[in-house]
Ligand binder design. Structure first.
Ligand code: SF4
Ligand code: SF4
Length: 141
């Protein structure tokens, strides 16, 4: 999502200070959709399938899991402006520059998986730990 209008005239000082003017609008380059947290082998197998596809990743942010498709918005112009700024979707309107990937210095992800191998390694460890807790009786089956 790119917060500046395509119909902007000469930029004012405050507009020049807006980080969106210097940014290539990473926020308009993907779609992230919440998914259930995986807890069983079958759930992880679904994630393997997602990650078998190009330009798909899975990430965790604030304990919420998402599938992410890297694909630019059709309405992102060549100079990284929103071509439908006045009617852009609510999700774009709510997006905050203060915490966006264009301005944040912190890694936004708690976890990020780009390949099948990465999710397999995570699943192995997670399921082993879960099994151990079930054996100890500290986790319900
Ligand atoms: S509609 Fe506009 S603000 Fe929203 S993702 Fe597309 S280019 Fe970005
Ligand atoms: S990533 Fe952030 S700074 Fe860049 S266009 Fe999007 S909201 Fe603006």
């Amino acid at each position: 999502m790119n917060e500046m209008t395509t119909k902007r005239k000469k930029a004012t000082v405050s507009e020049k200070e807006n980080p969106c003017f210097k940014c290539k609008a990473q926020c308009c380059g993907h779609v992230a959709v919440p998914i259930d947290k995986p807890t069983a082998a079958g759930d992880f197998d679904d994630l393997r399938w997602y990650l078998a596809h190009k330009n798909v990743c899975v990430f965790v942010e604030d304990n919420d899991w998402y599938i992410c498709f890297t694909t630019p918005c059709r309405f992102l112009s060549k100079n990284y402006r929103c071509e439908i700024y006045e009617t852009r979707p609510a999700i774009c309107r709510k997006y905050k520059t203060e915490t966006c990937e264009g301005t944040s210095t912190e890694d936004p992800y708690d976890l990020k998986f780009d390949t099948i191998e990465q999710i397999e390694a995570y699943a192995k460890e997670y399921l082993n730990k879960r099994k151990a807790r079930q054996k100890k009786g500290t986790l319900k089956a």
